[in-house]
Design a protein around this ligand. Structure first.
Ligand code: IMP
Length: 419
């Protein structure tokens, strides 16, 4: 299995970190292909919790880690993560940062925050980490890249040009104080001195690894329904989260990818605004949130919780070309007598569909059609209870895809391999 993509099949927070951590054992390289400090992976190792935002979780297994060209990097967050990991005895010496990745600058964070405030009730509910404004500048060719950190003179020049424009926006459009050039340039230069040693030609590094027959994991951030093109726009992130973008984001040909593993929770969560057909109404929502610890890794926000949505999951299987699935957090459902599963959507005209609506207004107005499966009360161990097996088989039939891994608890080892 030279190159395997691991992709979130819902709205993010599916527990990809844990699956990557597991598969990293048999891999040589672990690469991130998009996103930035909006992501958050929680991994529990021997009772110790690690929350990682930018560095691939393979770092905990001592693997070569790559942050690819398709990512955006906040250098301050990156170095804080480096310090945290090193301070806890995890080496970051084999972490490689693409020079083509873009930098999240202080003005991106300021604009993300101000623009959400300005949108009021129409806000997207972003993580306010500057992700959208950073990717927007990348597309507008105004971005500052990791490689610009290598030359103090170029860095200063680019900051000067960008800030002259951004300060007009900050002051006149958003009514917030401008940023001081000397202060920003000074801070960046200090950060640059430490980030430089991590900068590399990561596309070449990955290519060489694949040619040498080494095993590469390509790790997506967020999830399919947050994809900029195919997700629930405009309530999405600003990068392409789907598996096909793994090739672009690290800089290899699409024919180098052999397997696509989708990661889905046994229920669904969503952070931020936007339609969510299976959002649970009533006290079970709070129950799922508490049992599943559904609070954001990055923002601490409460995640909205819903029953499993097979219409959306089938869409994710199709969009990503998912070859097998990991179903995480099945243990959270152990406490329910009955488990509703959404098998279709009812549209405004009363018709039922099994396909994810292509148009935003259809999705906004659709209602879930549920089938109710029996729950189980036993704790999940290596032998899954009969009702849990029925739940899994039901999902596999509906999706036409195999579930090969099942998450049964927070600890690193709490994963059951089905095949
Ligand atoms: P942004 O990525 O910060 O611009 O946020 C855009 C949308 O994506 C918001 O609804 C966020 O809550 C959501 N989002 C971004 N990153 C994550 C993540 O790692 N998990 C879940 N939702 C996320």
């Amino acid at each position: 299995m030279p190159a395997t993509v691991i992709v979130g099949a819902q709205w993010g927070d599916e527990g990809k970190g844990k699956i990557v951590d597991l598969l990293a054992q048999d891999s040589d390289l672990v690469c991130r292909y998009q996103g930035g400090p909006n992501a958050g992976h929680t991994i529990v190792v021997d009772g110790d919790t690690f929350k990682i935002r930018q560095i691939p979780s393979g770092v905990l297994r001592g693997k070569t880690c790559v942050i690819g060209a398709g990512c955006v990097i906040d250098p301050e967050v990156f170095l804080a993560e480096v310090d945290e990991l090193e301070g806890r005895g995890v080496s970051t010496g084999d972490v490689h940062l693409s020079g083509e990745a873009h930098l999240v600058m202080p003005w991106h964070v300021a604009i993300d925050q101000a623009s959400e405030r300005r949108l009021g009730s129409l806000q997207i509910g972003t993580t306010k980490r500057g992700i959208g404004p950073c990717y927007a500048d990348k597309a507008a060719r105004l971005g500052i890249r990791v490689q610009d950190l290598l030359d103090a003179k170029i860095l200063r020049q680019k900051i000067e040009v960008a800030l002259a424009e951004k300060n007009v926006w900050l002051e006149r459009v958003y009514g917030v104080p401008p940023l001081d050039l000397e202060e920003v340039a000074g801070q960046l230069e200090t950060l640059a001195q430490r980030v430089r040693s991590y900068v590399d030609d990561t596309a070449l590094l990955v290519d060489r690894a694949l040619r040498a027959g080494r095993r590469v994991l390509l790790e997506g951030a967020q999830g399919t329904l947050l994809d900029l093109d195919h997700g629930t726009y405009p309530f999405v992130t600003s990068s392409s989260t789907v598996a096909a973008n793994a090739a672009i984001g690290v800089g290899i040909g699409p024919n180098r990818i052999d397997r696509v593993i989708g990661v889905a929770k046994a229920y669904v969560t969503r952070v931020g605004e936007g339609p969510f057909p299976t959002e649970i109404q009533g006290p079970d929502q709070e129950r799922v949130r508490e049992l599943g610890g559904e609070f954001g890794t990055v923002t601490g926000r409460e995640r909205r919780c819903g029953w499993l949505d097979l219409v959306a999951l089938r869409y994710a299987v199709r969009l990503n070309g998912i070859t097998s699935l990991a179903l995480t957090k099945l243990d959270v459902l152990s406490h329910f007598d009955e488990l509703p599963v959404c098998v279709a959507y009812r549209l405004r005209d009363g018709s039922e569909t099994h396909e994810f609506p292509a148009h935003q207004s259809d999705f906004h107005h659709c209602r879930p059609v549920y089938e109710t499966l029996a729950g189980w009360q036993e704790p999940l161990e290596y032998e899954l209870p009969e009702a849990a097996r029925v739940y899994i088989a039901f999902i596999e039939r509906a999706l036409g895809a195999e579930i090969t891994l099942v998450g049964t608890g927070a600890e690193r080892e709490s994963v059951v391999s089905l095949r």
